[in-house]
Write a protein that binds this ligand. Sequence first.
Ligand code: GLC
Length: 456
Amino acid sequence: MSRMLGRLSFLTIPLAVWLVVLFFCQGAVYADETPEQRDHRMAWWRDARFGMFIHFGLYALPARHEWVRNYERIPNEAYEKYFERFDPDLYQPRQWAKAAKAAGMKYVVLTTKHHEGFCLFDSKYTDYKSTNTPYGRDLVREFVEACRAEGLRVGFYYSLLDWHHPDYTIDKIHPLRPNCEEKQYTQEMFDRLNAGRDMVKYRQYMKDQVRELLTNYGKIDVLWLDYSFPEKFGKNRNDWDSEGLVKLVRSLQPDILLNNRLDLPQSADFDTPEQKTAAELRKQYEGKQLDWETCQTFSGSWGYHRDEKTWKSVPELLTLLITSVANGGNLLLNVGPTGRGEFDYRAKDRLQGLADWMHFNRRSIYGCTRAPDGFSAPTDTLLTYHPKSNRLYMHLLKYPKDGKLVFGPADRLAYAQFLHDASEIRWNEGDHNTRVLRLPVDKPPVTIPVIEIFLK
Ligand code: GLC
């Protein structure tokens, strides 16, 4: 028996050591960063809580989803007509930045290149770029300048996928994938299609472009690399050389924040749960000390989609924002500008609704996070907490019919007021160390009213 155990440990101990080494080496390019240094690097982002995503590219012209090339299996030649007609004459990034700022967003992340491969910047390494379209300008440069002028942090989205590049191998979601059911895919099919394509060259192309983006536009605050699908006939960290990419990024912009879609978990600064409901986010992140940012569309598409009708309402969007903050995360809310380069009327309407709410209630968002232990949110409310001022914010998703709200523990309550007008909220003694807040019977004219509670 002891001989067997001895033999087992003879095998398992080196294996365990090796696994630990592997865990720390893999992509842990900031292995020497202390927790304090990391907190310092993440501070502005944790404080901001709310950002704007912008998906803009040739797909704004077909206006039926940024994945249109995949959905309709469109080859390069047939997609060329959009390149030839790309002319966003109403593009005024300063208007975008102003709208983001008014809605209370603190940073903006723009698609410098999406899966279609088209570059909004003047890259040396391709002709497939905005400067060669009728528009003829580097949109990224103007975007960066506009954000800075409005005091917003700047983020770049860059697609790892590239359905236009001749060396990018055809995989299960490429527009030129085999023309049959996925179940019937074979390796030979892909080998045949990929003869002559060379990912070594594509990897170099990506690195060259990432280098351009991170050297030619000044300080970039966020890099959003999208995405890996480490499945059969998919792409994983080896296809991108994720480790090499991370090293490059960190060396060019040491303070940058990097998302988690490189199939290299240890290299990520934050999680990116996409299009999750408020309930799903709560389930996933409640009580966890993690950095995360949920990205969400107004409707069902990231790129401009003319006919898509499932637009979220302002209260739904606010619920996503507040749920994120209440569970220690951020919200990155997407706009898909039209082919003319403007936000469409539905996006403007939602942004205005958010701006109206944020005008009064931003104090319950910025610098806020989950409530400390011991406070539980009454039904249909969400709690956020501002550690620096020691104030708690109670968001009333549904307004209590009788105007009464139970708060506890009673001995922590120093003062309470509505946030939108600083009007005092008085209370009665409740049972079991609680207070019963006495709200006006009529709901104030605020989409989601917030009570600001000064704690003892
Ligand atoms: C997905 C989609 C993409 C979108 C992104 C945003 O990865 O491929 O179209 O840009 O999510 O999170």
